[in-house]
Design a protein. Structure first.
Length: 291
């Protein structure tokens, strides 16, 4: 029994270097991106994360076009493209009647098409799949260092702006009325989102990078406190990373989709069984009617 458990749960990480790097990389992503996803969910900006994950694609593709599959140029290109789109969408919402989410939707479509076009100018179908879906089992030391730096920067920025971010989630108009930091906090937060999407791209590709950011926000079904939500989201993301990698190893499945599907399974379970989930809510309403 013990040998079987070891062979299934421990041996893949103990005996294979690529599994160890994949585990470390995805755990770093879990630490940084899942609290960001919680704030996106609390701010009713969940789809913004998906739109921004596509917004980084032209920058990543430009780095690939100029330097090939070199992580640093592709990372810097993705950060630059994401920040440009975030600033442009925010500026448009402030000087026109169009809402920020509508601007992001437009940029998302343009960015996706432009990024695929740029990759196709130099690369093959394999290169395009690598950019879109990543290669979590192929993480090298440079990619892991980049992800680690992004996670450290995210923790530092969240520590500094945590109270302001929570205040903006609860009542953005109040924050703007008592402080001039409201717009600045919003743009800082969008910068954090871009950084973590770029980190996610290194492991999961541009299409799935938002997976470890938004699905662990299922923590909302278990608690209403922002701090606890962030911790539960980190735990969900970490567990999904481990289970997805094991599923990929034993069932010969693509690692990135396996990780995201594992997080999706936790989301579905939380939706049904969480303290704010469907079953608990229906039970509470039934008891209320009887009373």
């Amino acid at each position: 029994m013990i040998d079987t458990l070891y062979a299934y749960f421990v041996a893949p990480f103990a005996e294979y270097g690529f599994m160890q790097r994949a585990l470390v990389g995805t755990l770093f992503l879990s630490l940084g991106s899942s609290p960001v996803g919680v704030f996106l969910m609390l701010r009713r900006m969940s789809l913004t994360g998906d739109a921004m994950s596509h917004a980084i694609l032209p920058g990543v593709a430009t780095g690939f076009l100029l330097f090939g599959l070199d992580i640093l140029p592709m990372t810097l290109g993705g950060i630059a493209a994401g920040l440009v789109v975030a600033l442009a969408a925010g500026a448009i919402s402030r000087i026109t009647v169009q809402r920020e989410d509508a601007s992001l939707a437009a940029f998302y479509l343009i960015s996706l098409a432009l990024g695929v076009l740029i990759v196709s100018l130099r690369g093959s179908t394999v290169d395009l799949m690598h950019v879109l879906f990543g290669s979590v089992l192929g993480l090298n030391d440079e990619a892991m260092l980049t992800i680690g730096i992004i996670t450290a920067v995210t923790f530092a920025m969240l520590a500094v702006f945590w109270r302001a971010l929570v205040a903006e989630c609860l009542d953005p108009l109040f924050l703007r009325s008592v402080s001039r930091l409201g717009p600045a906090v919003h743009f800082v937060f969008m910068a954090i989102v871009v950084l973590n999407l770029v980190g996610g791209y290194l492991a999961l590709g541009t299409l799935l990078s938002v997976g470890l950011m938004m699905l662990p926000a299922a923590a909302r079904f278990w608690t209403s406190r922002a701090e606890t939500m962030a911790l539960v989201a980190i735990a969900i993301a970490a567990a999904s990373s481990v289970s997805g990698l094991l599923l990929s190893f034993h069932a010969a499945l693509p690692a990135g989709p396996a990780i995201v599907l594992s997080a999706g399974a936790v989301y579905a379970g939380s939706l049904l069984l969480g303290t704010s989930g469907i079953i608990h809510s229906r039970t509470a309403k039934g008891h209320h009617r009887i009373a």
